[in-house]
Design a protein. Structure first.
Length: 303
């Protein structure tokens, strides 16, 4: 039962990312720019997680540990930046497929760094996930017509940075209290975003107050919760299975776009959602049980 606890947390972390696209679209339709939306997301999310730190068990970290965690948060911020850049020249359906390549890059990372060769079951689950992502994203001939190598490179970089963040969440400073670890990871991401998107909106109170509701929601589901959930669950399941579980992002995004935005989702997209969920179940099969048996049970009461 203990293994399912960590599997569920990482799965929920992926679901959190699926919430973002719907509220980003709502923020854009309200007239806010990508700088204001992205900056608001990381600013409010980082403030929220640091507020949570005040109510958790304190642990003193060395300057080296703090710097290591801040640097590990850089991929968190870069993922959003790279993905946005890919959307500038790629159709949205193609951009998300490039981002979704993280499902096999994570397994490749695990093979390279941990010498864990993927099983046939895991390879099959990745195939299901990739096929499902193509269908669920609504990729069409129209999307292919808007293909550009420039956008493809940015999309591939977003997949690489997202995988790097998941990998670091599972390996860096495992003994640091999850909430504190998440706060430092989020801070690292915030620094990158503010460097790339200067926060001029902070000096305009009307803009700041207007983007605040969107920033709070995006901050909770895009900055505060995922690093926290990954910090708890990833060390127990590893980046290979972790990236498969976080594929839950796309089914949630498709479902919310239908329920909240009223966007039409065709039968092939729902079929893609089904394939993704099947791929997650296949990938989780015996892998998590085998991994949990080989890992010591750690106390997560630091929360």
């Amino acid at each position: 039962m203990r293994s399912w606890k960590y599997v569920s947390l990482v799965f929920l972390g992926g679901c959190c990312y699926g919430v973002l696209s719907t509220f980003v679209k709502l923020a854009y339709s309200a007239g806010f720019s990508v700088t204001e939306v992205t900056g608001g997301q990381y600013l409010f999310g980082t403030l929220l997680i640091w507020f949570a730190v005040l109510f958790t068990k304190k642990q003193k970290l060395t300057p080296k540990q703090i710097i290591k965690l801040l640097l590990s948060g850089i991929p968190l911020g870069l993922t959003g930046v790279f993905y946005y850049q890919s959307l500038q020249t790629l159709h949205a359906s193609l951009a998300i497929i490039f981002l979704f390549q993280f499902v096999w890059i994570g397994t490749l990372f695990e093979w390279i760094f941990f010498k864990k060769k993927p099983t046939n079951g895991k390879v099959a689950s990745i195939v299901f996930l990739i096929l499902g992502s193509i269908l669920a994203a609504g990729s069409t001939a129209n999307g292919v017509e808007h293909f550009s190598w420039h956008g493809a490179v940015w999309g591939a970089l977003s997949a690489l940075s997202y995988t790097s963040f998941i990998f670091l969440s599972s390996t860096i400073e495992k003994n640091t209290p999850p909430v504190l670890k998440s706060a430092l990871l989020a801070t690292g991401g915030l620094i990158v975003v503010l460097f790339i998107f200067p926060p001029y909106y902070l000096f305009d109170l009307s803009v700041l107050m207007g983007v605040a509701p969107y920033g709070l929601i995006l901050g909770i589901f895009g900055v505060a919760l995922p690093p926290l959930l990954f910090s708890i669950g990833m060390p127990f399941i590893g980046p290979g299975l972790g990236t498969i579980l976080t594929a839950s992002e796309l089914p949630v995004a498709v479902t919310l776009s239908s329920l909240v935005l009223g966007e039409k989702v065709n039968l092939f997209q729902w079929l893609g959602v089904g394939l993704i969920l099947c791929g997650i179940v296949m990938g989780n099969g015996k892998t998590s049980k085998k991994r949990m048996k080989s890992m010591p049970i750690e106390d997560v009461s630091a929360l």
